[in-house]
Design a protein around this ligand. Structure first.
Ligand code: FAD
Length: 189
């Protein structure tokens, strides 16, 4: 659960619930969806627009929501996003994720006490001085971050390309969305 969101956001979210208590799709909803089904229109506005829904974009989005900003994350792909990864989260990363409200059950990964580098006959190793690292499937990490971002009220637009920028915001598949801040978290792009 995202605990540190603003009271304003909670009021908006409560106002956007229907009689069954479900969050309606025209609010800052809790469910990932695509721009096409959301109908991102020309009057769409947000405080923060993040290009890229990988670990960096999701972390930035969750952090911005904790300060009460309206956040949209746009990604050309959609979960599950599978990437080349050695699937190790170093202790600083584990700590940073915990600060965002993301932690792992023992069944979701393996604690790693240290690291060893091998190069032919040569090797070097060390134990982590403060707390363990975690080995976790990248898809597990991504899904947890996606779920937590949605719980925090981040609006997630999958299968949507950012096709351009101007001084007012970005273009999503050609449609202007206005944003006060744009964060580029588009990975190797
Ligand atoms: C072989 C390998 C092993 C690795 N092992 C580890 C490891 O063990 N531990 C670790 O911590 N890191 C590891 N990394 C590094 C880690 O994978 C990257 O640092 C991490 O993915 C970067 O996250 P990101 O969110 O910046 O980018 P990404 O995960 O690449 O996300 C960027 C997103 O932006 C989207 N995007 C790009 N352009 C647009 C656009 N125009 N419009 C809409 N969306 C767009 C893409 O679809 C993508 O989903 C490894 C990397 C490699 C290559």
């Amino acid at each position: 659960m995202c605990l540190a969101i603003s009271r304003n956001y909670e009021q908006r979210r409560a106002a956007s619930r229907d009689s069954s208590g479900r969050v309606q799709r025209n609010g800052y909803n809790a469910h990932p969806t695509s721009a096409k089904s959301k109908g991102a229109g020309v009057d769409e506005k947000t405080d923060v627009l993040i290009v890229g829904g990988g670990p960096a974009g999701l972390a930035a989005g969750i952090a911005a929501r904790k300060y009460g900003f309206r956040v949209i994350i746009v990604d050309a792909a959609a979960p599950q996003i599978v990437k080349a990864c050695r699937e190790g989260l170093l202790p600083d990363t584990v700590e940073a994720l915990a600060r965002l409200g993301i932690s792992f059950l023992p069944s979701e990964g393996s604690a790693l006490r240290g690291i060893r580098f091998l190069d032919g006959e040569d090797s070097g190793q060390a134990y982590f001085p403060a707390g363990p690292a975690i080995g976790v499937r990248r898809t597990t990490l991504h899904q947890k971050m996606v779920d937590h971002a949605a719980d925090c009220g981040v609006r997630l637009l999958w299968r949507t390309h950012v096709t351009g920028l101007n001084g007012k915001g970005v273009f999503l598949d050609g449609t202007q969305v206005y944003a006060r801040w744009i964060i580029g978290a588009d990975g190797a792009n």
